[in-house]
Design a protein around this ligand. Structure first.
Ligand code: ATP
Ligand code: MG
Ligand code: MG
Ligand code: MG
Length: 439
């Protein structure tokens, strides 16, 4: 991508409305734009990051055996009347009428709809277990939308729904998602801690929130320091190995971790003082087991091996991609801007032409740009007619992990500078060496 032809509206000034660093940086770098309160457009730079986050989420959901579909944003009120949640959900639900005066709603979550899909097709225990997920916009008319896309009214969610014949089976499905979540957040460059959580209006009794520790987090959390060193399940995790998955769950729930709603002061105080962590955190994921709460009233039943009808045991599993993007920035930035983990960076490398129009500089930049693009890298080429200082500042601000700096003096001896955004370390090398390093 040539920056001169790209759409990346960088703001010169810090936006006044932004209270936290991630919101400020997302606005300054032109990643998002608020269209009305708590409703955002994702501009090209932001969209690139969001896509990379979703790709990782999708890969890990698929690896665990979950199956992707796509359900609509608008739902009929009828389904929600069946479950009893149409009245119970309250003001966070945006209710709409169509031209025939039929009550509709913009889905805040999808338990009812996915249960309807399930009951329409699945009749036998032989088709279980099943886990269906989608990545789709949700709407919740939050009383206090704030911090940009961290708490917006329209937001994206990856929500998965598991169906099992028995509670025991549902717990196994839960453990699969538990391991998949640990892998997902780790690949996003985050350390998420699963904490015992309240189940809220979704209901049920086995539930964990995945929390990123951050001073700007809205949740108050309490946990043991050991979490920092726990191993993340590897790429070779066998999602059919019931015992293996249970041991991952057991390990990650072996020490204390709870949000304020579930906090047990006595249990926390039993931890040696130097190992206690009392902090603030951002909820980036939430998993629930809620048994037959929806399958029973909605008639989602299968025939068991005993020949009888059984309401299926369900769980639901959410992740907020549009909240994860600012959460990653909260965890990874410095005074100059964002520092993207390589896995979600909008570009892998930025080529900075310090003197656009200089023949040698232009040629070297074109060579690097073409070679790295050909090697499948996402390359941003800053070919703008701007001062070098402006380009350095832009590159640091948008947080691309590696910068290749091409200037008239060093290129005279055939060399460029390679700068690591995170450490600031610089190395001088030939054009060819730089290409080989990054391709
Ligand atoms: P919160 O406690 O922050 O209001 P929640 O508990 O209501 O979140 P869940 O119903 O558990 O949210 O939804 C699953 C995930 O969706 C959350 O863990 C979070 O990552 C994301 N999410 C929920 N509400 C929002 C929102 N208003 N803006 C952005 N992401 C959200
Ligand atoms: Mg909420
Ligand atoms: Mg919550
Ligand atoms: Mg939640």
């Amino acid at each position: 991508m040539r920056l001169s032809r790209y759409f990346m509206p960088i703001l010169k000034e810090n936006p006044k409305e932004a209270e936290i660093v991630s919101h400020r940086l997302m606005l300054r770098t032109g990643m998002v734009r608020q269209q009305s309160q708590g409703i955002y457009s994702w501009l090209p730079l932001g969209k690139r990051v969001l896509d990379k986050v979703n790709k990782i989420i999708r890969e890990e959901q698929n690896r665990s055996g979950a199956i992707e579909l796509l359900m609509p944003t608008l739902q009929s009120a009828e389904l929600w009347q069946e479950s009893g949640r149409y009245d119970a959900y309250g003001k966070e639900m945006l209710r709409i009428k169509d031209r025939q005066d039929r009550p509709m709603l913009y889905g805040p979550t999808n338990e009812e709809m996915v249960t309807d899909i399930f009951r329409s097709y699945i009749k036998s225990y032989k088709d279980l277990p099943l886990n269906l997920y989608h990545i789709q916009l949700k709407f919740r008319d939050e009383i206090r939308p704030r911090f940009g896309t961290m708490r917006s009214r329209e937001f994206m969610m990856k929500d998965a729904y598991s169906f099992d014949l028995t509670q025991e089976g549902a717990v196994q499905s839960y453990n699969k998602m538990f391991a998949a979540y640990l892998r997902t957040f780790n690949r996003l460059g985050l350390r998420a801690i699963p904490m015992r959580a309240d189940t809220g209006p979704i209901g049920g009794n086995l539930s964990h929130e995945f929390i990123i520790l951050a001073d700007t987090g809205e949740s108050e959390v309490f946990c043991h320091k050991d979490f920092v060193n726990f191993d993340i399940p590897g790429e070779d995790t066998d999602f059919d190995d019931i015992a293996g998955l249970k041991s991952i769950f057991d390990k990650w729930t072996s020490v204390y971790a709870a949000t304020s709603e579930m906090h047990d002061e006595a249990a926390f105080n039993a931890i040696p003082e130097e190992d206690r962590l009392s902090a603030r955190g951002i909820e980036v994921g939430h998993i629930f087991y809620f048994g037959t709460k929806y399958s029973e009233p909605m008639g989602a039943k299968v025939q068991g091996p005993d020949g009888k009808e059984h309401a299926v045991h369900m769980g639901s599993y959410g992740i907020g991609p549009t909240r994860l993007v600012p959460a990653i920035i909260e965890a990874s930035h410095d005074e100059n801007g964002i520092i993207w983990p390589a896995s979600v960076a909008p570009f892998d490398v930025v080529v900075i032409n310090m003197k656009a129009g200089d023949l040698a500089c232009d040629e070297a930049c074109e060579t690097v740009y073409a070679a790295l693009s050909k090697a499948g890298k996402d390359v941003l080429y800053d070919d703008r007619d701007e001062r070098a200082g402006t380009k350095f500042a832009t590159a640091d601000l948008i947080g691309v992990p590696v910068q290749i700096i091409v200037g008239p003096r060093s290129i005279a001896s055939g060399e460029v500078e390679v700068k690591d955004r995170k450490t600031g370390a610089r190395e001088t090398m030939t054009v060819e060496a730089a290409i080989n390093r990054l391709a």
